[in-house]
Design a protein. Structure first.
Lengths: 203, 641
């Protein structure tokens, strides 16, 4: 495999072509915080929390390190003021809907979010949906709705086959603990698609 | 119909069509575009057919239903050839007079012609200011052809550019011509089409796709719709030429389900092109194979974004992909896929036919050719206009658009759709050019142009566009889903009179993160309506927040209506028209608005006769205390004149 050389936070790093900035950074002990990233799953790039600043040809921009692949000569900075400002705002926005993030938010100096939004306890990182599809191949979870009405739901028909009963691996990947907390073990509901649709006034 | 197997066959076909047509034979064309259709053009067309028969002119006069002519404000529009006499605002009962006078007696019906400000009538379409200042190289054929007739398109020389490309040019030469013409994407970004084509052509892989983006969803925009409805073959011909240059054998037309006529006309066009051998195996005997499928969009604005559109074509939910690799390299099913918008494709046959030098002779240094705009809002001549790049906003709005109705003052023009920005009067002399508009904080976008007058509140405008974007955000990434939601929240409270100190800065903070960190262009450009209105109309934001005043008098929570007892003549109009019975008074008694009942619908303000002007709109100031009920009016009806 071809190797490329890049600079992360002033440190010269060698990484295999095709690796992401996040993988290259973690391999040399540079930590970039993530929320929707899961090394077992395909990059998703939704929370934007792992944003870093890259510069190429005298121009710099933010990219998400879990998706952007290493390139020769790439200069990456993982904690510029712009990066920190962005992460802080993302966290503050999410904290409104998922108070479970408050410990992490404290690390960034956020005590109380300035924003009011519906508390869903879910940050829509999609790890449960993607894990179920990509690792288990069961497709028992799905997204429904769009914008602020986007939700995660268990597909009734799949749950009815009994596949979820012995699995429960989505419990473990949920960063806010919503799924284990809200999903009833007996019929595996609480967030069934039919229930979510009924709650949002759709059928 | 036998397939056309060579360029000579195509030319023979064209000559055969022309030999059956007499250019001097009168032809009545009736605009059947969306606007005119809604205004009853169907009935007008039926009336022409019936009336022509009644006058014994059947076979001597042709009737043709065409696509959109563009002058929607004055529809239904009819143009009578060969003289090109243009009648506007025709209703079916007007038709007998037109047939008797113009077709039989060769006389004009003055009352249906365009009249300029001085009252002078203008008979010829091309002399009407709305058309005179345009340059309709792409859109102009709409008025000449029946969109369901491939013969009409061929009669005008249609598909000869395709024949030229296939037989006289190599794919590389076609590509170089488009590159040299510097055709930039008309869908929003303004990315050079030739460079994109080259990327797809050079990308590894045997299977490549070309796609038409007809997912136009900007509020107030209907350029692509009208082009696809009115001249589908021009888009198709461009697509086939592009496929040849790129090396693609399959194409898609992604068109909104909400555009049923576009779907219908494109379907007919594809079928006809297949029958003629212009689509399918061995096109015109050249050995080049290409075919197209129509994919109907399921009603999501974000699906106009390239990666979301391609995901939708794959049969999945139309959401953007997080990848940093271009769809030109890895698009539909991870194969190289070249996406251009409707108008971009429609320019291609013209460039191939007339050459890159011709194309670059039109426009500015870095923006070549023309651009179609949908000119809407507070402008006299609403419609679709095609102008050379470099024309100023002022020329478009005043010379073509006829200025602002009712003598109102211009305030702003919004270009580029919901992701564009609002430009103030001081920038009216800005030329339309991809880079100039972007530098000014707006963008060309796909060509929406919404004119706003003094009665428009710019905070409310920002709120409108952001609410639209919040509804259309797919919700996948945080800065867009929650960032736009919070921007709407802040804008809502400013409009509700609950704005706080620091709200402008908070909006700017949210905008910066949405712009820099969102996954796709929807979130990245969502801040534009907010940032451009803050930049050019900051005083309006400050008036709302600091003085609780809406300068345009739009935001209901900040506006009150009051009847000046010195001016009220007790005419009773406002009293009768008030929908909530909030106005009391009687004969010779001053009318008084009950502020608790008033819903601020502004009906009283609008119906109070201008010669009285007794109803006053108040914002940011206390409402004067009302006179006691039963106070007699100071001035009597009729005494003031």
């Amino acid at each position: 495999m071809k190797k490329v050389k890049l600079i992360i936070d002033g440190k010269e790093v060698e990484a295999e072509e095709g690796k992401t900035i996040l993988e290259a950074a973690r391999a040399v002990g540079i930590n970039i915080p993530t929320l929707c990233y899961n090394e077992k799953l395909a990059p998703y790039g939704a929370c934007r929390f792992c944003s870093v600043e890259i510069s190429k040809n005298d121009r710099s921009k933010l990219v998400v390190s879990c998706v952007y692949q290493v390139e020769d000569g790439l200069v990456v900075k993982t904690s510029t003021p712009k990066v920190i400002k962005t992460r802080k705002m993302i966290l503050e926005l999410m904290l409104g809907s998922a108070p479970a993030l408050k410990e992490l938010a404290k690390e960034y100096g956020i005590e109380k979010p300035r924003f009011k939004t519906e508390v869903t306890q879910c940050i829509l990182c999609g790890q449960c949906v993607r894990y179920c599809a990509e690792v288990k191949g069961a497709n028992a979870l799905t997204f429904v709705g769009r914008g602020v009405n986007r939700r995660v739901a268990f597909v009734d028909e799949v749950v009815a086959t009994g596949v979820c009963m012995d699995c429960r691996q989505c419990y473990g990947v949920c960063p806010t603990g919503k799924i284990p907390r809200e999903t009833d073990g007996a019929y595996f509901g609480g967030n069934l698609l039919s229930e979510v649709l009924a709650k949002t006034g759709r059928k | 119909m036998a397939k056309l197997r060579s360029p000579q066959d195509l030319e023979r076909k064209r000559q055969q069509i022309l030999s059956q047509r007499d250019p001097n034979k009168p032809c009545v064309t009736i605009c059947s575009g969306t606007g005119c259709h809604a205004l009853g053009s169907d009935k007008v067309a039926e009336a022409f057919v019936a009336e022509i028969e009644k006058n014994g002119l059947k076979g001597k006069v042709d009737v043709r239903r065409t696509g959109c002519h563009g002058f929607c404000e004055r529809g239904p529009v009819t143009v009578i050839f060969p003289e090109e006499i243009c009648y506007l605002g025709i209703k079916a009962p007007d038709v007998p007079e037109i047939v008797a006078q113009t077709l039989v007696n060769k006389k004009l019906v003055d009352r249906l012609l365009y009249k300029d400000a001085s009252g002078k009538v203008i008979a010829h379409e091309g002399d009407i200011p709305f058309y005179k200042f345009q340059k309709r190289i792409v859109f102009g054929s709409n008025r000449l052809i029946d969109p369901k007739s491939i013969d009409d398109y061929i009669a005008l020389g249609g598909y000869s550019a395709l024949a030229k490309a296939l037989f006289k040019m190599s794919p590389e030469q076609v590509l170089q011509t488009v590159k040299k013409a510097n055709l930039r994407g008309r869908g929003g970004g303004g990315f050079p089409a030739g460079v994109k084509w080259q990327t797809t052509r050079d990308a590894p892989g045997d299977i490549k796709y070309v796609i038409v983006n007809a997912d136009e969803g900007d509020p107030g925009a209907f350029m692509d719709r009208s082009l696809l409805e009115g001249n589908p073959h021009s888009v198709l011909e461009g697509l086939i030429i592009g496929a040849y240059a790129i090396g693609a054998h399959e194409g898609f037309i992604y068109v909104r389900q909400e555009y049923p006529l576009a779907v219908e006309n494109v379907s007919v066009a594809l079928e006809q092109a297949r029958k003629y051998g212009l689509l399918g195996k061995n096109i015109l005997g050249s050995g080049f194979d290409f075919d197209v499928k129509i994919h109907r969009g399921a009603g999501a604005f974000v699906s106009g974004e390239s990666s979301a559109l391609m995901t939708a074509i794959e049969g999945k939910v139309g959401e953007p992909r997080p990848k940093y690799i271009r769809t030109a390299v890895s698009g539909i099913w991870e194969r190289p896929s070249n996406l251009n918008n409707v108008e971009t494709w429609a320019n291609v046959p013209l460039i191939i036919e007339k050459g890159a030098d011709w194309f670059t002779s039109i426009g500015t240094n870095r923006s070549k050719g023309t651009k179609i705009f949908s000119l809407v809002g507070k402008v006299c001549n609403t419609g679709l206009v095609e102008v050379p790049m470099g024309m100023t906003l002022r020329q478009i709005i005043y010379d073509i658009g006829g200025g602002i109705p009712k003598g109102k003052k211009f305030k702003a023009v919004q270009t580029g759709g919901p992701s564009g920005g609002c430009l103030p009067e001081s920038l009216l002399d800005l030329p339309v050019d991809f880079d100039e508009l972007t530098e000014a904080g707006s963008m060309m976008g796909s060509g929406g142009m919404i004119v706003m007058d003094e009665d428009t509140c710019m905070v409310d405008v920002a709120r409108y566009f952001l609410t639209f974007l919040a509804d259309e955000s797919c919700g996948k990434c945080v800065p867009c889903r929650l960032g736009i939601e919070q921007m709407v929240e802040v804008l809502n409270r400013i409009c509700a009179g609950e704005g706080r100190k620091g709200d402008i800065e908070l909006l700017e903070e949210l905008c910066e993160v949405a712009r820099d960190a969102s996954l796709c262009a929807l979130g990245q450009t969502a801040p534009n309506p907010v940032l451009s209105t803050i930049k050019y109309f900051r005083d309006e934001y400050e008036a709302h927040i600091d003085k609780k005043r809406c300068p345009a008098g739009v935001c209901k929570a900040l506006v009150s209506y009051y009847i000046d007892p010195q001016k009220c003549t007790a005419c009773g109009i406002c009293l009768r028209k008030c929908p909530v019975e909030a106005i009391s008074g009687g004969k010779n008694l001053v009318h008084i608005i009950d502020q608790n009942k008033c819903t601020k619908c502004r009906t009283c303000f609008e119906v109070c006769p201008p010669r009285f002007s007794a109803v006053v709109r108040i914002s940011g100031e206390p409402i004067p205390e009302a006179v006691p009920l039963g106070t007699e009016v100071a001035r009597k009806k009729g005494t003031q004149e």
